[in-house]
Design a protein around this ligand. Structure first.
Ligand SMILES: *[C@@H]1O[C@H](CO)[C@@H](O)[C@H](O)[C@H]1NC(C)=O
Ligand SMILES: *[C@@H]1O[C@H](CO)[C@@H](O)[C@H](O)[C@H]1NC(C)=O
Length: 220
C-alpha cells in the first residue's frame, strides 16, 4: 500500500498540471487585469530575450487618436494587452484608452479597472503569428503611455512572457525639426526672393546712374 503513495502523488500532480495548462484558452479572467500575470498558467515566466515585440504605428498620441497596435515576432497562442501610464507618480496599473480588436474571431476586449474595453486578449488559443488592434487614446492628457503585453508562446500555456512593453508614446506632437531649425530654412527660402529683389534694385539704380551720367554728358 505504501509503495503506491508516490505513484498517486504523481498522478495527482499531472492531473493538476493538465488543468493548469488549459486554464484560460478563451482569454484571461478579470482578476488578471492589474498585474497581467496569467495565474492559471503555472508560476514560471520565460526569461531572456523575448522573440516578441509590441509596436504602435506612431511615436506619440493625441486626444482621441486611433493608433494601430501589433504583436508580432514568433508564433503564440495567447496574449493580454493594455495601454499603461509610464510617468513616475502616475497610476501605472490602470488601463487607459479603449481597444478595438482587428480580428474579432481571434481577439476580444475586457473591461478592466472599472473602465470599458480597455484591455485586449485572445479568445481562442489557436496559434497565431501577428495580431493587431486599434487603440483609441483617451480624450485627455495621460502623460507618456506604453503598451504592455503578456504573451503565451506555447505550445503549452505555461510558456509565457510578461512585461513586454512597446516604446513609450508621449502625449502630443513632439517639436518638429523644421520648426526648431526652421528660421534658417525659411530665411533661405525667402532669401532668394530678397536677392532677386536687390537685383531689381541694382538694375534700377544702375539705370538711374546711367541716366544721370547721360544727362551730365549731353548736358555739358
Ligand atoms: C495608424 O493606424 C490607424 C488605424 O489604421 C490610422 O487611423 C492612423 O492614421 C495611423 N497613424 C499613422 C500615424 O499612420
Ligand atoms: C516666405 O515667402 C513665402 C512666399 O512668398 C511666404 O508665403 C512666406 O510667408 C514667407 N515666409 C516668411 C517667414 O516670410
Amino acid at each position: 500500500m505504501r509503495s503506491m503513495a508516490p505513484f498517486v502523488l504523481v498522478v495527482a500532480m499531472l492531473a493538476a498540471g493538465m488543468l493548469l495548462v488549459d486554464a484560460y484558452p478563451s482569454g484571461p479572467p478579470l482578476s488578471a487585469c492589474s498585474n497581467m500575470r496569467p495565474t492559471g498558467h503555472g508560476t514560471s515566466t520565460l526569461t531572456g530575450t523575448t522573440p516578441f515585440s509590441i509596436t504602435a504605428n506612431t511615436t506619440f498620441y493625441n486626444p482621441g487618436e486611433n493608433i494601430e497596435v501589433t504583436i508580432s515576432g514568433a508564433q503564440f497562442i495567447g496574449f493580454f494587452v493594455q495601454a499603461r501610464q509610464r510617468d513616475a507618480g502616475s497610476d501605472m496599473n490602470a488601463a487607459v484608452g479603449t481597444i478595438t480588436p482587428g480580428n474579432t474571431n481571434i481577439g476580444k476586449t475586457l473591461d478592466c479597472s472599472g473602465g470599458t474595453k480597455n484591455a485586449w486578449s485572445h479568445k481562442t488559443n489557436a496559434p497565431k503569428t501577428s495580431e493587431s488592434a486599434i487603440w483609441t487614446a483617451p480624450s485627455d492628457d495621460h502623460g507618456t503611455i506604453a503598451f504592455r503585453a503578456t504573451i503565451v508562446q506555447g505550445p503549452s500555456s505555461d510558456r509565457y512572457w510578461t512585461d513586454v512593453y512597446s516604446a513609450n508614446l508621449p502625449f502630443g506632437a513632439p517639436a518638429s525639426p523644421t520648426s526648431s531649425g526652421g528660421g534658417t530654412t525659411t530665411d533661405n527660402g525667402n532669401g532668394s526672393n530678397a536677392v532677386s529683389g536687390s537685383s531689381v534694385l541694382l538694375v534700377l539704380s544702375s539705370c538711374v546712374l546711367a541716366a544721370i551720367g547721360l544727362q551730365l554728358y549731353f548736358g555739358l
